[in-house]
Design a protein around this ligand. Structure first.
Ligand code: NAD
Length: 470
């Protein structure tokens, strides 16, 4: 989904919301029309785009100038919140789109945050630790007037980690002596006030979105609503789920492929590998250089051990030998078209598009990454009967645990990993329940549309209550 796709979907959702009499029901029809126009204007425009250049001296003495961004889309539902990514593909449009998605995600999950995002245009692996440290500090120096624990709170994203957040907090503390500094950033190391389980949170939540649907939600529907069952059974995607479930009943493992083997993808892979209640087989994983494939399943713990040391997945037969892994090596994009039933997308944007959508074999696609399926592919896959579980629904585990980390710095009590995980799962499941029910019982062909509708309803209601619509 590009920036244009996101805006278009918001506009379409507004057109449908205009026909929903339950929204802003306490005002006259004429006023309601005006208020909705005003809400649309507010939510389809960005509050602030800040672009700067970071100058760093490289280890060889040369000086380079790197573009850096912080985009604050909306703080209607709370302080601005969103990750900072280090990637050579970073550009203003991408960062702005990701900031929009953060606003929608936080509203959908009813977190007290708005939406923001940051980016630095570098490929981090081309820089030494000293250079990365310097870039991280300079990012904070440039953007610090617009950051802060009750204003805009960054977290890690692609190419950044707890180490980068620790460096950034350190610099924030120097710039703002005496101020609260720990909860100015989340996703920090545990030693530095980070929440236990934050690193795994997004991957765990992503897997849970799919696993809970296939297990608990389906069980609930089968047992509860015999009257309603015929209605849900007419839903095209119900058959998709039912087929998978029947496969599980026959004790045949469900084949899973995962694009991206970083923070999110490696945790999804481990969750799928460990899922014993329903037998899964991870037949393919990939990163920016390689796809690894084995029809009988890959040994994920060994691959995690290998990437902990080398970052990338094994790229050669020699690497496979070192990792103790049996697999065939394919080009990175091949992971998308493997003969898997479930495809987790956990890398970057726009990976499934017009060029490859017809070759996708998976019947369930789960967007652990932000915006990995473009608008045309989204529609094509859903018309075909595939189920696309959207980013703003599934990848909120990280921001939910970031909220716990932010709270933990205020109450000076460390949540245990069990508490963190249980709280995250509880909050996610509340939203999964709402969205899955609305999707399977409703008319909308797209689960993404259902999510946008719920998120925008909340934001419009908040704008109204805050007296911002006229
Ligand atoms: P990461 O940097 O830890 O890992 C990214 C992975 O994607 C790596 O394995 C990398 O090799 C791979 N990759 C990069 N470019 C690729 C390409 N062109 N083709 C195939 N693979 C490619 O990043 P992450 O934190 O795991 O984030 C992954 C996605 O999840 C991003 O879209 C991010 O915005 C989203 N996300 C992350 C979090 C979080 O808490 N980290 C939270 C919400 C959403």
């Amino acid at each position: 989904m590009s920036m244009m796709d996101t805006k278009q979907l918001i506009e379409q959702t507004f057109q449908e919301l205009a026909k929903d009499p339950t929204l802003l029901a306490d005002i006259s029809e004429a006023e309601r029309e005006k208020f909705l126009d005003s809400a649309e204007e507010i939510l389809t425009t960005t509050d602030k785009v800040i672009k700067s250049y970071i100058r760093v001296t490289r280890d060889n003495g040369s000086v380079i100038r790197i573009p850096a961004y912080r985009v604050q889309h909306s703080n209607v539902s709370g302080f601005y919140k969103g990750g900072i990514r280090f990637s050579e593909n970073v550009n203003e449009d991408e960062v702005e789109n990701l900031a929009f998605l953060m606003t929608l995600k936080n509203a959908l999950h009813e977190l007290p945050y708005g939406g923001a995002k940051g980016g630095v245009g570098i490929q981090p692996r081309d820089f030494s630790d000293r250079e990365l440290y310097s870039i991280s500090k300079k990012y904070v120096q440039r953007f610090s007037p617009d950051l802060g624990p009750t204003h805009d709170i960054p977290a890690p994203d692609v190419g950044t980690s707890a180490r980068v957040m620790d460096w950034m907090v350190g610099e924030y503390k120097t710039i703002h002596p005496g101020d609260q500094y720990l909860n100015a950033f989340t996703g920090k190391s545990v030693e530095n006030g980070g929440a236990l389980g934050r690193r795994e949170a997004t991957g765990r939540g992503t897997f849970l979105s799919y696993f809970w649907l296939l297990n608990s939600w389906l069980d609930q529907k089968m047992s509860q609503s015999q009257e309603d069952l015929p209605k849900i059974m007419q839903h095209k995607q119900w058959n998709t789920l039912d087929e998978l479930r029947q496969k599980h009943s026959a004790s045949d493992p469900i084949d899973v492929a995962i694009q991206g083997f970083g923070n999110v993808g490696s945790v999804v892979a481990k969750e799928a590998f460990d899922a014993s209640k329903i037998n899964h087989r991870v037949i393919g994983v990939s990163d920016r250089y390689t796809t690894l494939y084995h029809p009988n399943g890959l040994n994920i713990p060994k691959l995690i051990q290998y990437t902990d040391k080398h970052i990338d997945l094994p790229k050669t037969e020699q690497d496979l030998l070192e990792a103790g892994i049996e697999a065939t090596i394919y080009p990175p994009e091949d992971v998308l078209t493997l003969d898997a039933e479930v495809l987790f997308l956990a890398a970057i944007e726009n990976q499934v598009h017009e060029g490859n959508m017809e070759d996708i074999k998976a019947s369930i696609l789960v967007e652990g990454a932000n915006a990995p399926v473009n608008a045309q592919a989204d529609k094509y896959l859903q018309d075909k009967g595939a189920l696309v579980i959207p980013d703003i629904l599934v990848n909120a585990g990280g921001v939910i645990v970031s909220y716990l980390e932010w709270k933990q710095a205020k109450i000076t009590r460390i949540y245990s990993e069990k508490e963190v995980h249980e709280e995250m799962a509880k909050q996610l499941i509340q939203t999964y329940q709402k969205v899955y029910d609305a999707y399977f019982y409703g008319e909308s062909q797209s689960m993404r549309k259902v999510c946008y509708t719920l998120a925008l309803k909340r934001l419009i209601t908040l704008l109204h209550r805050l007296g911002k619509l006229y």
